[in-house]
Design a protein around this ligand. Structure first.
Ligand SMILES: [Ca+2]
Ligand SMILES: [Ca+2]
Length: 125
């Protein structure tokens, strides 16, 4: 419940519409590329923080810049990019919900198959 409230707060502070909470971008089958990335680092700045959740929400609901690597934005590693990924990242950052799925400790390849595309992040060696 706290996470939903926090997400609503993020939407309100970020100027995002609350319908952002039900939007789901299904990218299964559209993927291409399998670059090296750091899961959760959606804006590719070598840090995983709240700006990454904001980047995802801006992309999904305000036609913001797309992530270089959608796999990095798929923070719950379910092969879909939607609001649940922002929630998973917020849970990880603020609710000690555990580590994000691999690769989260260091840059690497996605060990699971999905349709999300991913250009290698230039911040990954
Ligand atoms: Ca980042
Ligand atoms: Ca996901």
């Amino acid at each position: 419940m706290r996470t939903i409230l926090l997400l609503i707060l993020v939407c309100l502070l970020g100027g995002l519409p609350l319908q952002a909470l039900i939007y789901d971008e299904d990218l299964i089958g559209l993927g291409r590329g399998s670059g090296i990335f750091l899961r959760g680092d959606v804006n590719a700045d070598q840090r995983v923080d709240l700006t990454d959740a904001n980047f995802t929400l801006n992309y999904l609901f305000l036609r913001g810049e797309p992530p270089i690597c959608r796999k990095a934005a798929d923070t719950n590693d379910d092969g879909r990019l939607n609001v649940m990924d922002a929630l998973a990242l917020i849970d990880h950052l603020f609710r000690n919900a555990g580590a994000l799925p691999t690769p989260a400790e260091a840059c690497g390849l996605d060990p699971t198959l999905d349709g999300l595309d991913c250009e290698a992040q230039s911040t990954c060696p």
